[in-house]
Unconditional design. Structure first.
Length: 227
């Protein structure tokens, strides 16, 4: 049996509609303010009820944290559209990488490995042996190895900012992960509240049905007494 939604005036199966008895008083007040023809006997479709419920949760969250920001809006949209809320931090940062960024990541990865340390010490030791023992005639960098110190200073001066660039992107990844954690926690809290509302709605709806059945039984008892 089809029945008309009091809000959008569309026809829906009666079992899909939500009665006024099964709606929280705060949400019902919002519906009443938006639609003057709403009454306790009114019914609302799940789509319109979801809109009012999202607005109620948004207002409630705004009162608690002092405002709804872009992250909170993303969470509301994901709940409304039943979409995933998280994103891959590595993928999000990788999409913005340029050639220089990729080079700095490779340099930082190589500079922070045992392979770099071993190669560095082999070259350093070979440099010292060659110039100390004068194996190939006159040493090109005699003690105190001024050329080697110059090269090491240049390597350190270049390597430091390259590693810092890579660390800055790591901070971006950490920020994306923190935002994901916040959005997951916020969505979980909202979903828990929504679940409580659904349970309350079921209890209120069952209670209203029981009251109607009880009234019907009392009417039947009254008729039997009269007979």
């Amino acid at each position: 049996m089809l029945k008309k939604c009091t809000v959008c005036k569309r026809d829906f199966p009666e079992e899909e509609l939500i009665t006024g008895h099964g709606i929280r008083h705060e949400i019902e007040g919002m519906i009443r303010n938006a639609h003057a023809d709403w009454s306790d006997a009114g019914v609302i479709c799940p789509e319109d009820y979801q809109k009012f419920r999202s607005t109620y949760i948004s207002n409630l969250l705004e009162e608690e944290i002092g405002g709804v920001k872009d992250l909170e809006k993303e969470v509301f949209d994901s709940i409304r559209e039943n979409a995933l809320i998280t994103e891959n931090a590595n993928k999000a940062v990788k999409e913005e990488l340029k050639i220089g960024d990729r080079i700095s990541d490779k340099v930082a990865q190589f500079g922070g490995s045992w392979r770099f340390i071993i190669i560095f010490f082999i070259i350093l030791l070979g440099w010292i042996i060659i110039n100390s023992a004068a194996l190939f005639g006159k040493p090109f960098d005699p003690f105190p190895f001024i050329l080697m110190n110059l090269i090491l200073s240049c390597i350190a001066a270049i390597q430091a900012p390259i590693i810092m660039m890579s660390q800055n992107r790591q901070e971006t990844k950490d920020r994306v992960r923190q935002e994901n954690d916040y959005k997951i926690n916020l969505k979980a809290e909202i979903e828990i509240r929504t679940l409580h509302e659904k349970v309350d709605h079921l209890l209120l709806d069952q209670w209203s049905k029981m009251m109607r059945v009880q009234e019907f039984q009392l009417e039947m008892l009254e008729e039997l007494r009269k007979k």
